[in-house]
Design a protein around this ligand. Structure first.
Ligand code: FCB
Length: 463
């Protein structure tokens, strides 16, 4: 049995539109950058795409019933921007809004609080054709889209998350091109970070006018460990921490950019205009935290001397290091040994969650809003009938670490397991299975795994 969590704690599962919905051509949905990316040969493992995914667009009543059976009181999902504005601008497509309207009502009937992410990486392709997130205007388009969704759902959605993991979207989508839209701008991708944060900042007051719900931004955080105590390795850790952890947090919570001089970015970069940081630092109600694993880095030494062999299912950082080997990055990825790894090859370090939460509290102090863990979970090699022990151990360990962080005084209001269902895992296609519920993609049959039953028993104590 897990230790007891506070009353009113939100317990949920998380998903994202492109990873589960399918029905990519239905009811007026436009093309997203992920549709276009998946159609390019060699971009996604096995040539997979989200065309059908979990067919959630048609099977959502069954999926809501699975959540109700699990006993959660919250559900994090994302809205597909191209369903609402097929070309990324102009009036709302009513059928797109209708889909989410029905979903939100069905959740309310089951006493499940909707936590809605507006942007989980599926930009309308028409906006990408106009420059995507390298283009400042995309931030204004996002605020307009946020208004359309909030006009319809503002009265019923309890938690609004503007963006999911802008760090991954910037680095993988625009820095090295391993995600949609597949751009490899390397260190020229920094304006993308700024435009994403501007989009977030512009959306916050627009949402406030339309909803009494709580407003958040979701980042993925990773405690950064220096490979040794040398000054050079510690400087590398500081530089990587600025990129992953501070770049999307300091502007939002402190109203200033972190020190990016290690990347050649000046204190007042040309893409930041007067007044932008005031917009970006609009007060938030919650900070969304996604956690999967820590990161270990050293000063760059060059592949030949480290002999580091990329693991399958490499971390974002590993991929960045590989792609930017000669690009003058101020850090190099070093594998974390001595811990179990997930099917993806990610090290399992539950205490990293406690370390990162107490670290956020120490860094941001009074500027830190209450936290929601908006994603945590693991991929495992599991099939129906197998014990699913790895996932149970993963969740058990991380929930204990989370409980300890709450005991340390960190204000955490909820926890969402990634994910409800096995789903389309971006460039990995359908190979990585993160679900509490197994999906047979040939038949779309859903089968709850042992981890689902384990969590259901834990949650039964809170009813
Ligand atoms: C996160 C993403 C989510 C999922 C998990 C495994 O980076 O936000 O969509 O792919 O990783």
């Amino acid at each position: 049995m897990l230790p007891r969590f506070p009353d009113g704690f939100l317990w949920g599962t998380a998903t994202a539109a492109y990873q589960i919905e399918g029905a990519v051509k239905e009811d007026g949905r436009g093309t997203s950058i992920w549709d276009a990316f998946c159609a390019e040969p060699g971009r996604v493992k096995n040539g997979d795409s989200g065309d059908v995914a979990c067919d959630h667009y048609h099977r959502w009543p069954e999926d809501v019933a699975l959540m109700a059976g699990l006993g959660v009181n919250a559900y994090r999902f994302s809205v597909a921007w191209p369903r609402i504005q097929p070309d990324g601008r102009g009036p709302a497509n009513a059928k797109g809004l209708d889909f989410y309207d029905r979903l939100v009502d069905a959740l309310a009937e089951r006493d499940i609080t909707p936590a809605l992410t507006l942007y989980h990486w599926d930009l309308p392709q028409a906006l990408q054709d106009a420059g995507g997130w390298t283009h400042r205007d995309t931030a204004h388009r996002f605020a307009e889209y946020a208004c359309l969704v909030a006009d319809r759902l503002g009265d019923r959605v309890g938690v609004w998350i503007t963006l999911n993991e802008p760090f991954v979207h910037m680095t993988e989508g625009y820095g090295i091109g391993t995600h949609a839209p597949g751009e490899a701008l390397l260190l020229e991708a920094f304006p993308v970070a700024h435009h994403l944060m501007l989009a977030h900042g512009l959306a916050v007051p627009a949402l406030r006018e339309r909803t009494a719900g709580q407003i958040a931004l979701t980042n993925n955080y990773s405690p950064v460990w220096a490979a040794t105590d040398s000054a050079a390795d510690r400087a590398a850790a500081t530089a990587f921490d600025a990129l992953q952890n501070r770049l999307f947090t300091d502007p939002v919570l402190l109203g200033r950019l972190p020190d990016l001089s290690a990347y050649g970015v000046p204190d007042d970069p040309p893409f930041v205009r007067d007044g932008d940081l005031a917009v970006i630092s609009a007060p938030l109600d919650l900070l969304g935290v996604n956690y999967y694993s820590p990161t270990r880095v050293a000063a760059p030494r060059g592949r030949a001397t480290t002999g580091a062999v990329p693991a399958p299912g490499a971390s974002v950082l590993r991929e960045v290091s590989e792609h930017l080997d000669d690009a003058g990055l101020p850090f190099e990825d070093v594998p974390i040994d001595g811990h179990p790894v997930t099917a993806f090859g990610w090290p399992v370090v539950p205490d990293g969650l406690r370390e990162l939460l107490t670290g956020l509290r120490d860094t941001y102090a009074a500027a830190l809003p209450p936290i929601l863990i908006t994603e945590n979970g693991c991929s495992a090699r599991d099939e129906p009938g197998r014990p699913d022990r790895d996932r149970i151990d993963y969740l058990d360990g991380h929930l204990r670490a989370l409980h300890a962080a709450i005991g340390d005084g960190v204000d955490v209001r909820g926890y969402f397991v990634w994910s409800l269902l096995d789903n389309f895992e971006w460039a990995e296609g359908y190979d990585q299975r993160f679900g509490l519920v197994h999906v047979d993609y040939a038949t779309q049959k859903r089968t709850p795994k042992a981890s689902y039953h384990w969590l259901r028993e834990e949650l039964a104590r809170y009813r």
